[in-house]
Ligand binder design. Sequence first.
Ligand code: DGL
Length: 249
Amino acid sequence: MNGERIGVFDSGVGGLTVMAKLARTFPAACFCYLGDNGNMPYGNLCADRIRELSLSALKRLAAEGVGVTAVACNTASLALEGTEEVDGMKLCRLRPHIPEALAGKRGVFFATAATAERAAEEGLLPASALSVALPTLAERVEKALLLGTFGREKGRLVGEMLGRITTDDPPAYLFLGCTHYLYLERELKKRLPLTVFLDGVEIICEKLIKNAILCSDINADGHRIKFIGEYAKVNEEIYRKYAVPATRD
Ligand code: DGL
């Protein structure tokens, strides 16, 4: 797999947080990022439309010669259920999963409307999980990042999330079922220090390990990450400014 990039796809900037985690987990790997920012939010669309938009974006990554792509979007991942490849490019999809040790405890699952609906239909969550759909949050996170107002707004966005649950008796776990919410993870952790945070990214890591895409070496053009699509520049800027710091411990 030398020289081959790992594709990373999201509806917008959310997947950049996943890419930052993957870049740390696989220090010798190279990546190719595509955000479909012009069509986000996916979370309020019907499954067929989400699938259609995702497939057309994924074809662009396949056309770049990418062999495996991490679908770093919970909404797209669930809409693509059953699709293992696009134009010969393998997919590693996110999937909500609560580890056994936490499944019996009281927890919260935050997600887009489409993901929350799908997770309920498919019985992906234990009965102890409170599923909370946040229909406008991903878009507001994306806008705040693009407009440079995220620093001012993150406290309010986190306050709104926590306003949907009881924090007097903190949940044992909180699953961030939309990759845009990962930008708020640090702030949430400050307010819920005893809660375990989950995001499902380890599922993608395990699949990449199975596909042996661990050390692709630096590509011929010398860049570790190639950003493609109309929003390449914007995504690159958000990655460096916000996504890498947001995912650092
Ligand atoms: N980041 C996407 C996810 O993980 C959702 C954002 C959107 O609604 O487009 O589900």
